[in-house]
Write a new protein. Structure first.
Length: 326
């Protein structure tokens, strides 16, 4: 099975910001209308049409038959200067066939894509070139990053959610957390206590036995951790933290990087602070905080309008560390 590239995340905040960055240029070009390639182009096209106060239309593309048709009942007048918007200028034919369809109908085009790279079939007139080795990851195609979806050649034959890839935290999910102070006061006793714990009686409502486990436990604990998992019938791959990465921020970073590297679309975390930190680092993934009884979906995005004024006050500009150790 071919393996997807690493994820280059576009949450809705990033989509809005990318479009906003292009508005000054677009205002100078005198467009008459916006045309989105449905469905991926609809979100950025809606933002652009609202900001530019232009009518919004859309075309639809059938990948299997390489056919383009109008998605909207109304169409722009022939000769209209169009801003054509798509989410990605990829290696396929969606954008090239859409350009041909519109050009043949007499429209003048400026092409924008949220993402393209050196391998793209079409290089848009404007857009964002993503780094080599990455694949654009959008919230409206969250599951497209997984190996199972990738193997379909972008032609899935099942509902998108069936291609999702879940992963879970360990402590606080499968078994109770041992208090942090217990490790500090007597490490050996705390580890022995943890090894003797049984799985929680209340678990998240999914089949957890085969799910990958991304834990903040250090790699040096692998043998005893794997022993506990084997004893209680949990067979998913175990991803552990490098011992050198021990701070709260490094633990959250470890988990976020493991989510991206594993192309996971959903992750269940037991610590609220870490759930927020992970969600801010992997904005397209669905991150859940499990409090032992219920789950809350967590979304976190940097609020630039509240960036601290510390530099002017002579303090550090580093953001506060809100994560707690696993």
């Amino acid at each position: 099975m071919p393996r997807p590239l690493a994820a280059f995340s576009y949450d809705y905040t990033r989509v809005e910001q990318v479009v906003a960055d292009h508005l000054p240029q677009w205002r100078q070009l005198g467009f008459d209308a916006i045309v989105a390639v449905a469905r991926g182009g609809l979100a950025p096209a809606l933002v652009a049409s609202t900001a530019l106060d232009l009518p919004l239309y859309a075309v639809s593309y059938d990948r299997r038959h390489r056919s383009v048709s109008w998605f909207t009942a109304q169409t722009p007048p022939t000769g209209t200067h169009i801003l054509l918007i798509e989410d990605i200028a990829g290696r396929g034919t969606t954008l090239s066939d859409s350009i041909q369809f519109l050009s043949s109908a007499g429209y003048r085009l400026h092409v924008f894509a949220l993402a393209y790279d050196a391998q793209s079939r079409i290089r848009p007139d404007s857009g964002i070139e993503i780094p080599a080795g990455f694949r654009a990851w959008f919230p409206w195609e969250r599951e497209s990053i997984t190996p199972a979806y990738y193997a379909t050649g972008n032609l899935p034959d099942r509902p998108a959610e069936t291609y999702a890839s879940w992963a879970i935290d360990l402590d606080g999910i499968l078994l109770p957390d041992v208090p942090t102070q217990a490790y500090a006061s007597n490490l050996a006793a705390a580890l022995s206590q943890r090894d003797g714990l049984v799985p929680n009686t209340t678990l998240p409502g999914r089949e957890l036995r085969e799910l990958p486990i991304i834990t903040g436990r250090p790699e040096q604990d692998r043998t005893r951790t794997q022993g506990w998992l084997d004893l209680h019938g949990f067979r998913g791959p175990l991803i552990m933290r490098d011992e050198a990465r021990y701070t709260a921020a490094q633990t959250a970073e470890h988990k976020a990087q493991a989510i991206i590297a594993g192309c996971h679309t959903h992750y269940i975390e037991s610590e609220l602070a870490q759930a927020v930190e992970i969600a801010s680092r992997v904005p397209v993934a669905r991150v859940y905080w499990w409090n032992g009884q219920t789950a809350l979906s967590i979304y976190a995005s940097l609020a630039s309008e509240l960036s601290p004024l510390m530099p002017q006050l002579g303090h550090s500009s580093a953001p506060p560390n809100i994560a707690e150790p696993a």
